[in-house]
Design a protein around this ligand. Sequence first.
Ligand code: PLP
Length: 443
Amino acid sequence: MTAETVRGDDRAHVFHSWSAQGLINPLPIEGALGSYFWDYDGNRYLDFSSQLVNVNIGHQHPRLVAAIQEQAAKLCTIQPAFANDKRGEAARLISELAPGSLNKVFFTNGGAEANENAIRLARGHTGRQKILSTYRSYHGGTTTAIAATGDPRRWANENTAVGLVHFWGPYAYRSPFFSESEQQETERALKHLRDTIVFEGAGTIAAVLLETVVGTNGILVPPPGYLRGVRELCDEFGIVFIADEVMAGFGRCGEWFAVDRWGVTPDLITFAKGVNSGYLPLGGVVISDEIAETFRERPFPGGLTYSGHPLACASAVASIEIFKEEGIVEHARAIGDDVIAPGLAALAAKHPSVGEVRGLGVFWAIELVRDRETREPLVPFNAAGPAAGPMNELAAACKERGLWPFTHFNRVHVAPPCTVSADEVREGLSILDDALSVADRYY
Ligand code: PLP
């Protein structure tokens, strides 16, 4: 197999996600290990993207690969109506990690399906239809999940689902509420959510759906008090609180579940990605006892052929065990506090184009601007094509130097695997240091 044969089949037959098919030229990848992957021409990249922020355990963890092989030799598939050892064990381990009385798991094949089914659970539980979600959010590419999404990926898809209402979440650096402090941002964001609930009609709202820490749309860490305030509003109005932790969960934020950082218990948590680092497709919803009880006598109107797939569940069990034994969640928190945070602060001090750095664990954003006073973004919101030029140049400068970044609009996200070493972080930040001179030229 050569780069050319891989590229040839891809160009001829693979229809790619979110892309104009004629404008892309995907890099053919031969292999990966730990924090690195490499192409057929021998170029190796430090993976600061964790792919789509999912390879939390790193690439090709030998114990995880072995667990999948072992399960494959025993039982590859059995339909969801049967009980299966790995399915039950995965559900038990995830429930034990989840806060409060979230004790049941509905398995899906990924994050979008998890959100679809969380919405279905909330609607079934409350008998109400509307779902409130934030403008700066991504909840997945399926019918309702994409309509609940706030970012531009929704625009071509939103007429396919009903009852989705958007509101503004907190974002202190570009406050939609003209706040001047984090405390003000919390207060005003909660007032805005309360007003949205009241004006939409509390009795029509099934759920508030939000990313605990907003991922693709900016690594927006909620200010102190915000999530607790959302919990209280949901309690006051009988609304289900769904925390989307598809990206933020399973170590990414230096916690098992990101809500743990704020001691808040939602009614439903959706997960995918980090649960088994995407070695096999898996996602799900962790469900509170109260919502599960609604469906004790009444059938839950949803299901998937591969729900609780034994291979995927075996990989989740092995991954959680490895995370516990190797202290990976604690490592992610420490590497964030001790290495990434100070490293990014140093980049911000040196490069005028860095408007803000923010994040936690192994989940960080560098927000780039043309002017620190006005905070004019380096490229406009939803920049595509020529407008994205400076960001494309910056990404190319990283790749030439052996770093694979995750860039989105005017941001570079720093999201290496949770297992990344301090030296690897320093290597990546030093490449970013060089590459940021590209952004500085536009300042
Ligand atoms: N929710 C969040 C917060 C995500 O970041 C994503 C994917 O990036 C999804 C949902 C959708 O997950 P999937 O692509 O597995 O369907």
